[in-house]
Design a binder for this molecule. Structure first.
Ligand code: FE2
Length: 381
C-alpha cells in the first residue's frame, strides 16, 4: 500500500519569482524570511524579494541564521523569533539548508518542545505555519517534499523530519536565481538531485509514480548537468536540471532514499561536509554493492542513452559508464578522505548510519550489514 500525494503548488520557470507577492499575500501580510548568512544577500536576491513583498504590502522579518547542515537549535530559535514578531507565514529562500530550516521553524511554531523528539518519532506533530519556498539551487528537492533534514549539535545525528504539515504551500523554482552559484555548488547539488532520482528509482519502496518521475529526472540530469557545470549561464539546461531536482524531491518523498544517502548523512552530520560531495564520494561503492540486484532498472536507465540495437549487457554497461563519466566531468571523483573522514571515524559512522538512517538502509535492494557498511566506508577513503 502507498499514497500518492503531491500538494505543493510549484511555479517553475525563468522570471517566475515576480509572482511571489501575489502568491504570498494569500497567506498573510507579515513574512518570516529564513535564509543563510551570505549567498542570497550577496546576489541581491534578498533586496529583490523585499521589493516584491512591499509591492504587495507584505511586511517582513529576516532570520538569516540558517547554516549549511542546519541545526535543530537554530530552528528552535527561529520559531521563538517568529512567534515574538507575530508573523503569518514562513518564506524560505536559499538552497536545501535554508529551505529545511524554514520548514522546521514553521513546524515548531505549532508544536512545542525539542524538534529532535519529532524527528526521532518520540512525539507526533500536528500543524505548521504556512510555508513558501524559493529555491536557489538545483539540489535537495526540498521545495517539493515533506522532508527537512536537520543536525542535532549535541550528538551530530543528521536526520529528516518527515511530516505532511511541512509541504510548502507554494514553491518557486526559477533557474535565473541559480546561474550565479559557484560551479562546485552546481556540481554537488546537481549530483544530490541525481542520487535522489536514482535511489528512488531503485528503492524497495519504489512505486510506478515515483519511478516514472525519477527516470525522467535521470534523463534530464544525464543531458544537462555537465552543460550547466561548464556554462552556468545556459538557462535552458539549468531549467532542466532544476526540473530534475524537483522530480527527485517528489520521488524521494514517495519512495525514500537508500544506501548512498543512508551512509552519507553520518558523514556530513559528523564533519559538516557538503552533502552532495559526500554522496559523490560514496556513490560508486554503494552502486557496485547493489547493482546486480537492480539489473532490470539499470537496463531501463541504459535505454535512455543507447540505441535500440544495444543488448541488455551493453545497456547496463552504458549506465555504469555514464554515471562515472558525469562524476569525472563535474570534478566530483573524490574520496571520503578528501572530506576529512579518517579510519578512526568508521565505527562511529557505521553505528550512526544504523541509528539515524535505518529506514534508508532497509530501503536498499540489498540490505547491508554492519560489516558491509564498514567495508563500504573503507573503500571510500
Ligand atoms: Fe540528498
Amino acid at each position: 500500500m502507498y499514497t500518492y500525494n503531491q500538494p505543493v503548488k510549484i511555479l517553475h520557470g525563468a522570471g517566475i519569482l515576480e509572482k511571489l507577492g501575489e502568491e504570498a499575500i494569500q497567506y498573510g501580510n507579515k513574512a518570516f524570511i529564513v535564509t543563510g548568512k551570505t549567498s542570497a544577500h550577496k546576489t541581491g536576491l534578498i533586496e529583490r524579494v523585499k521589493e516584491i513583498l512591499l509591492k504587495s504590502s507584505i511586511e517582513y522579518v529576516i532570520f538569516n541564521r540558517a547554516e549549511s547542515n542546519p541545526l535543530t537549535t537554530t530552528a528552535m530559535i527561529g520559531a521563538k523569533v517568529y512567534k515574538e514578531e507575530g508573523c503569518d507565514f514562513v518564506l524560505g529562500i536559499g538552497g536545501g539548508s535554508a529551505m529545511d530550516c524554514a520548514k522546521a521553524i514553521a513546524f515548531l511554531t505549532e508544536n512545542e518542545g525539542d524538534i529532535s523528539d519529532y524527528i526521532m518519532g518520540i512525539k507526533q506533530g500536528e500543524n505548521a505555519a504556512p510555508i513558501l519556498l524559493v529555491t536557489t539551487t538545483a539540489g535537495t528537492g526540498s521545495e517539493a517534499n515533506s522532508l527537512a533534514v536537520l543536525t542535532n549539535p549535541e550528538n551530530n545525528d543528521k536526520k529528516s523530519l518527515k511530516h505532511p504539515s511541512i509541504y510548502a504551500k507554494v514553491s518557486f523554482v526559477d533557474p535565473e536565481l541559480m546561474v550565479t552559484l559557484p560551479t562546485r555548488f552546481i556540481a554537488s547539488c546537481g549530483f544530490d538531485a541525481f542520487t535522489h532520482c536514482y535511489e528512488a528509482f531503485i528503492a524497495n519502496r519504489s512505486t510506478p509514480e515515483s519511478a516514472a518521475l525519477a527516470l525522467e529526472g535521470i534523463e534530464m540530469i544525464f543531458e544537462n548537468l555537465v552543460n550547466v557545470y561548464h556554462d552556468p549561464t545556459d538557462i535552458q539546461s539549468f531549467s532542466k536540471v532544476a526540473h530534475a531536482n524537483t522530480l527527485g524531491g517528489i520521488a524521494i518523498d514517495m519512495s525514500g532514499v537508500n544506501l548512498n544517502h543512508g551512509l552519507e548523512h553520518p558523514v556530513s552530520g559528523l564533519l559538516d561536509a557538503s552533502h552532495g560531495e559526500g554522496l559523490a564520494a560514496l556513490f560508486i561503492p554503494t552502486f557496485e554493492y547493489t547493482k546486480d540486484k537492480v539489473r532490470e532498472k539499470l537496463i531501463k536507465i541504459g535505454e535512455l542513452i543507447t540505441d535500440k540495437s544495444a543488448t541488455d549487457d551493453e545497456k547496463v554497461e552504458s549506465t555504469c559508464k555514464k554515471i562515472k563519466s558525469i562524476l569525472e566531468e563535474i570534478d566530483l571523483n573524490i574520496t571520503l578522505t578528501d572530506l576529512g573522514v579518517k579510519e578512526k571515524h568508521i565505527n562511529w559512522l557505521t553505528e550512526n548510519a544504523f541509528k539515524t538512517m535505518n529506514y534508508a538502509i532497509t530501503n536498499n535492494p540489498i540490505i547491508a550489514t554492519h560489516e558491509d557498511v564498514k567495508e563500504i566506508y573503507k573503500k571510500c577513503l
